[in-house]
Design a protein around this ligand. Structure first.
Ligand code: BDR
Ligand code: CA
Length: 303
């Protein structure tokens, strides 16, 4: 199995990504850490705990950064609702989060892992930037980072910037300059692999998990006639089906100032960084395979 840790801000699409990661036998999810993003960190931590409880899982959850490194915090409740995961009644008796904060929990889990870990951030990278700044030794035990965020094309927050990077561009810059190999799972593929309305309508017919996902996904404000973007789920799809996604190696720089703040600038011609690379950027995806996999994945869940 692939050993992963998710750092997330659930969030509707985060919830779907966590669902796949908890349940797929080819993935060993060791820890979930929460960060402020779609909603406040108190809510994202609680939402992660709701999912862990829903699946009767014992995966530990730790709460993390309340705000970005430098920028003031702004949520995305207009897309994800006030709670971050609206539309479904989860059990009330939630497990407790860890006593340790996300940074300490991440350090301990990464250092204790017998084999290098894959980090999967699906929110802003604040926890990860703090971790790398305080405990740089963890980098040796991280195989790679498969991160939702960024775009080679236009943004979804500003013209230039995608939400996770825009929310904390200073953290994104630290992560991209960390020397740890990164797979950038950005809007270039997540806006292509929309979950179609046909797929969404199938979900409640599958099982209780499908009903839960359906009921929250239909509240996603990021909705078009072609379907709903399941951004964060693309990280898990990539881990399991890299053959369905094309990547290109390049250097990615993160802008932190001015109208392009939060932009991920991919050196696609290799001209600025003389061919050096720090990331494999996802550039194309088989969206039909993504929809088929999504339904199969939920169908296989025993709840
Ligand atoms: C990203 O922003 C968040 O709202 C989603 O959960 C996803 O991680 C997409 O830009
Ligand atoms: Ca997210």
């Amino acid at each position: 199995a692939i050993n992963i840790i998710m750092d997330t801000d659930p969030g509707i699409d985060d919830a779907a990504a966590i669902t796949m990661a908890i349940n797929d036998p080819k993935i060993n999810l060791k820890l979930i850490t929460a960060v402020a993003g779609n909603v406040t960190v108190d809510k994202t931590t609680k939402n992660a705990l709701k999912l862990v409880r829903f699946f009767n899982s014992d995966i530990p959850v730790a709460g993390g950064a309340k705000q970005p490194l430098i920028k003031p915090f702004e949520d995305a409740a207009r897309i994800h609702g006030e709670s971050g995961m609206p539309g479904y009644e989860f059990p009330e008796d939630l497990p407790k989060p860890m006593k340790e904060s996300a940074v300490i929990a991440l350090r301990d889990a990464i250092m204790a892992a017998p084999e290098p870990i894959t980090l999967v951030p699906t929110g802003s990278y604040t926890n990860i930037a703090l971790l790398f700044s305080e405990y740089p030794e963890v980098k040796q035990n991280i195989e790679r980072i498969v991160a939702m965020g960024g775009s080679l094309g236009k943004g979804n927050m500003t013209s230039a910037a995608e939400f996770n990077v825009f929310t904390d561009p200073h953290a994104a810059k630290i992560m991209y300059e960390s020397g740890v190999p990164i797979v950038m799972v950005g809007l270039d593929i997540t806006m292509k692999a929309l979950l179609t309305h046909e797929s969404i309508e199938k979900l409640p017919t599958l099982n209780e998990t499908g009903k839960m996902l359906h009921d929250i996904i239909i509240h996603d404000g990021d909705n078009s006639d072609a379907g709903i973007a399941m951004h964060d789920v693309n990280t898990i799809f990539y881990l399991l089906h890299p053959e369905a996604i094309q990547t290109e190696k390049m250097w990615v720089d993160v802008q932190t100032e001015g109208p392009a703040n939060g932009e991920t600038v991919g050196d696609i011609r290799g001209a600025y960084h003389n061919g050096r690379t720090n990331a494999a950027v996802c550039v194309d995806i088989d969206d039909v395979a993504f929809n088929k996999w999504f339904i199969e994945e939920v169908s296989a869940i025993q709840k």
